[in-house]
Design a protein around this ligand. Structure first.
Ligand code: MV4
Length: 460
């Protein structure tokens, strides 16, 4: 079939990667494997970045402060024009879930490698996201899919209907920002007033919603990939419960102890929801899982840090698939082709003090990375690399894959033992200790487990 004009307009041969660090390396690799040229950008702090040397062009777009470089939309669009890029890949963080940026990219005649600005905006507002998911038949946390009114009596009625404890969340929040647990009725109005004020200041919107507060859930997410020809598949699930202060530390795929017939209808509902909202590219549905049931909380409309564990269990190159979808190609797999082979873990290696968790900047004086079957390291650092204090402390992701969960854990223990980073502090010693933990090995964790484990460890 000949291409329509609209299809050919979506094509591009050069991608500007509007990000830094390990994900800039990861995206550049996918582009090159697809035969695409790459444009790397950097701030003044990242001039020495290794991915600058391997890109087809490399432009410094501004000072070290992210607001003046990686978040500077005009500078990025200008760089794309100067370097002849036809598309922009935002990576994760920075501008990746900024609907206005996605819109500006398209208005500049470039392709935004991600969903439409309207999909980003719908999911950015957690109330409209919940409404879309309820309409599509995705199971959600009990509570209305509308904003809380101002009338105190109506608010009290909603809380009673849900049943205490409830949680108040800001529509503009997400990722743990702008929420407050309400254990019982006598603190309800105070909690609402405080959260409203925080929401107004932080997100410029006083809009709030209320849900049942789940006390001991696990955090399980479902990865999807969609084209714009009416195809959507889910690529499996991950457990991301091992987190501290809403920062994930270890992720794994598949989520342990969840029977395929329990997760399958949820995955299918996610894929169906994507079709209903006209979603394009990759996305992640976040769920809380408690007592055998799934409850949707948020959708991430970007490529995620932990995508590699799903790549290793599904065999799908998620970044390549994302770029191909943005080029207008139809998915080259159907739901029936998707499998889950073996088990995968990812450890986030951060430049931080293992006791205080404060970021640690400085020069990496010595680096040894593990290698071998079932071991993958996604990183941008090398011996002599200077870790700057301006950005996120993630310096490498150590990812392993093995036939069973127990074998994957053993492989991670060995990989962590073979990992050496000197010159800066890292969380490697902490990760090694975590992989010796019995309850973690048995899959007996929830979203509070890691923080409790740390508390106990400090006490003894
Ligand atoms: C919740 C919850 C319990 N009940 N919602 C935190 C991040 C944001 N994505 C949603 N979050 C939560 N929402 C209800 N109704 C508990 C959390 C939560 C959490 C969720 C996932 C991973 C880690 C977490 C740590 C603390 C609280």
């Amino acid at each position: 079939m000949p291409e329509t004009l609209e299809q050919s307009a979506g094509r591009f041969d050069t991608v500007l990667i509007a990000n830094r660090g390990e994900i800039a390396v990861r995206i550049q690799r996918a582009c090159r494997e697809l035969g695409l040229k790459t444009v790397a950008i950097c701030s003044e702090a990242d001039r020495q970045a290794p991915y600058g040397k391997t890109a087809d062009s490399f432009l410094c777009i501004g000072p070290s402060t992210a607001a003046k470089s990686y978040l500077n939309q005009d500078a990025i669009l200008l760089a794309a024009r100067l370097a002849g890029a036809g598309a922009i890949h935002p990576g994760y963080g920075f501008l990746s879930e900024n609907a206005a940026f996605a819109d500006a990219v398209e208005k500049a005649g470039l392709v935004f490698i991600g969903p439409t600005a309207s999909s980003i905006a719908i999911m950015g507002d957690k109330i409209s996201a919940k409404r879309a998911m309820m309409a599509a038949g995705v199971p959600c946390v009990p509570g209305p899919d509308t904003a809380l009114p101002d009338d105190p009596a109506t608010i009290e009625r909603i809380a009673l209907e849900i049943g205490y404890p409830v949680i108040i969340k800001a529509a503009g929040g997400g990722g743990g920002r702008g929420m407050r647990v309400v254990p019982k009725a006598d603190v309800l109005h105070e909690a609402i007033a405080l959260t409203r004020e925080e929401a107004r200041k932080a997100f410029g919107s006083r809009s709030l919603y209320m849900e049942k507060f789940l006390e001991h859930p696990r955090h399980i997410e479902i990865q999807v990939i969609c084209d714009d020809h009416g195809n959507a598949v889910w690529l499996g699930h991950r457990d991301c419960s091992m987190q501290r202060r809403h920062q994930k530390v270890v992720e794994e795929a598949p989520a342990p102890g969840i029977a395929p017939d329990i997760i399958q209808p949820v995955g299918l509902a996610c894929a169906e929801a994507c079709l209903q909202i006209g979603y394009r590219g990759v996305g992640t549905f976040e769920f809380l899982y408690e007592d055998g049931a799934f409850y949707f909380i948020e959708m991430n409309t970007r490529l995620q840090v932990e995508h590699p564990v799903t790549e290793l269990t599904s065999g799908v190159d998620i970044v390549q698939a994302q770029i191909r979808a943005a080029q207008g190609h139809g998915l080259d797999l159907t739901q029936g082709d998707v499998t889950c082979e073996g088990h995968s873990f990812e450890c986030r290696i951060n430049a931080e003090d293992p006791e205080t968790f404060l970021p640690s900047a400085g020069v990496v004086t010595h680096l040894a990375l593990p290698a071998g079957p079932g071991i993958r390291v996604d990183t941008h650092i090398h011996a002599g690399y200077k870790v700057s204090p301006y950005y996120d402390s993630l310096i490498a992701k150590l990812i392993v894959h093995a036939p069973t969960r127990a074998e994957a854990m053993a492989r991670m223990r060995e990989a962590l033992a073979r990992t050496e980073v000197e010159g800066i502090s890292t969380n490697i010693s902490f990760l090694r200790a975590l992989f010796e933990d019995g309850a973690f090995a048995r899959g007996e964790t929830d979203i509070h487990y890691l923080e409790q484990w740390l508390k106990l460890r400090r006490a003894t």
